[in-house]
Design a protein around this ligand. Structure first.
Ligand code: SF4
Length: 325
């Protein structure tokens, strides 16, 4: 944690072990940001309660954090913490709620549709809790997907209103850091996701990676080995496009179009790439002890709380509440 650097804050719902879509969509960016930012990444276990029928398991939290560390998140430089251990986020959420017009929350895209399924106050307040997560740390950069742009805009509006009413620039305006990573295609050609059952895990065994790729559908017009194919029609190619370097891709594409290679050769090359990428992740994860992971989260949560406490003291002072002794 280096408060002299610009603060980046982001969270992830605890869904257990992560897959390649998480790595290429989010984690790769998180790892890169650590070099020049004060990064705080948290387990968004309160957010996971929104509309959920069951509480997140400790095991799901643990497996996800192991994958963060396996990917290269460095707990010496980056603060990792649990949202549910941060009462300051809940307090700031409450204080911000007092000044946030209901209409701002009701117009967040997707709210009306989701409210039909989960008509809860938590769903309505979800983007405001996200704003509190960011503002409690005075976050300046927030890595988000385009689907979260409206949530970040709400955080900016809330910060702007608070600053204006208090006459102090207490909160910086958080900026979106959009990922340019394409959505990773899953084994069925649709977006990779755990719930769709089409994912390859970050720490999946090499044998399983090879087996899953062998079973993937290919260009439907390439029925026989001697048929020429077209990579752009093939779901396997969508994975090559993200994972395989461009020189190798050019050779594979030529081989596909001239029937110079078979689909099993092409899938084998992809599986080898994935297995090689996973090797350091598996190695780092194998070296971690459960106690060590829990300890890292404890230390990170205390560090994060110290910072959020300071912000909340300033907020209370602005609102003229009696400061903590
Ligand atoms: S050779 Fe590769 S890109 Fe071409 S159809 Fe087969 S799996 Fe798809």
């Amino acid at each position: 944690m280096n408060p002299a650097l610009p603060c980046v804050i982001s969270g992830m719902r605890p869904t257990g072990a992560l897959h390649l879509g998480h790595f290429h969509g989010v984690l790769k960016t998180w790892v890169a940001l650590q070099a020049e930012h004060d990064c705080r990444f948290f387990v968004a276990d309160w957010h996971a309660l929104t509309g959920a029928s069951a509480l997140p398991h400790d095991e799901a939290v643990y497996e996800m954090v192991v994958d963060w560390l396996a990917a290269g998140i460095d707990p010496e430089r980056t603060t990792l913490f649990l949202q549910s251990r941060m009462p300051e986020h809940a307090e700031l959420f409450t204080l911000l709620a007092m000044h946030t017009p209901l209409a701002w929350l009701e117009r967040v895209p997707g709210f009306r549709e989701k409210a039909d399924q989960h008509p809860t106050y938590g769903l309505l307040g979800y983007p405001l809790l996200q704003a509190a997560d960011i503002l409690a740390h005075k976050g300046e950069w927030v890595p988000v997907g385009q689907d979260q742009a409206a949530h970040l805009e709400l955080a900016r509006e809330v910060a702007r209103r608070f600053n204006h009413r208090s006459g102090r620039q207490l909160f910086p305006m958080p900026q979106a850091r959009f990922s340019d990573a394409p959505r990773l295609t899953g084994l069925d050609g649709q977006k990779m996701s755990k719930s769709a059952g089409n994912a390859i895990g970050m720490r999946e065994s090499p044998a399983s990676v090879h087996a899953k790729l062998r079973a993937m559908p290919t260009d439907p017009q390439r029925v026989h080995r001697h048929d020429a194919g077209e990579p752009e029609r093939c779901p396997v190619w969508a994975l090559h496009a993200v994972i395989t370097p461009s020189d190798d891709r050019a050779d594979l594409a030529a081989g596909c179009r001239t029937a110079g290679i078979g689909c099993l050769d092409c899938k084998g090359a992809l599986a080898d790439r994935i297995v090689a990428q996973q090797a350091p992740w598996r190695e780092r994860a194998a070296a971690l002890e459960p106690k060590q992971v829990h300890w890292l989260m404890e230390v990170g949560t205390e560090r994060a709380r110290a910072y959020a406490r300071k912000t909340l003291r300033e907020v209370r002072e602005v609102l003229s509440f009696q400061a903590e002794a």
